[in-house]
Design a protein around this ligand. Structure first.
Ligand code: ADP
Length: 149
């Protein structure tokens, strides 16, 4: 089963949308196998967004991500990386389709509520940054048998 890293960013927490995000993930049939509620350390935020280090929005992004608590998740399931990107919607909320989290609840690119890894390599890297060696807990869900052929 594929695993991906998902974050409800500080704006999502502050707007009371943690439950909404968790609910969409669970109802889709994906399994939450890791969860951590914390204020992200600056070093972790910089490592997480390292690919954007030269972009003009980098400093503001790191400041925002470390300014208040966020919810880190590891989500497991078939094609979970692609599915989570689809659930979140396009990076720019104006381009995010209705029915996606960003399409339904966000307006500004810098306050787009959620993150999800964009490739298997990114998922592995991001899970390592945020969960380290912490045990991820897989478990049976009673709908497992109906979700997969
Ligand atoms: P995604 O989060 O969809 O993978 P990116 O990796 O391109 O998107 O960007 C990472 C995050 O950086 C975005 O989710 C957004 O919060 C922020 N960001 C990207 N572009 C901008 C921008 N032009 N202005 C402000 N913030 C931005």
């Amino acid at each position: 089963m594929e695993r991906t890293y998902v974050m409800v960013k500080p704006d999502g927490v502050a707007r009371g949308l943690m439950g909404e995000v968790l609910s969409r993930i669970e109802k889709k049939g994906l399994k939450i196998v890791g969860m951590k509620f914390a204020v992200m350390e600056e070093a972790k935020a910089k490592e997480h967004y390292a690919e954007h280090a030269e972009r003009p929005f980098f400093a503001g992004l790191v400041e925002f991500i470390t300014s208040a608590p966020s919810l880190s998740l590891v989500v497991e399931g078939g094609d979970s990386i692609k599915i989570m990107r689809a659930i979140n919607g396009a990076t720019k909320p104006a381009e995010a389709a209705p029915g996606t989290i960003r399409g339904d609840f966000a307006v500004d690119t810098g306050r787009n509520l959620v993150h999800a890894s964009d490739s298997p390599e990114a998922a592995e890297r991001e899970i390592k940054i945020h969960f380290g060696d912490a045990a991820l807990i897989s478990y049976p869900r009673c709908d497992d048998a109906c979700l997969y052929e």
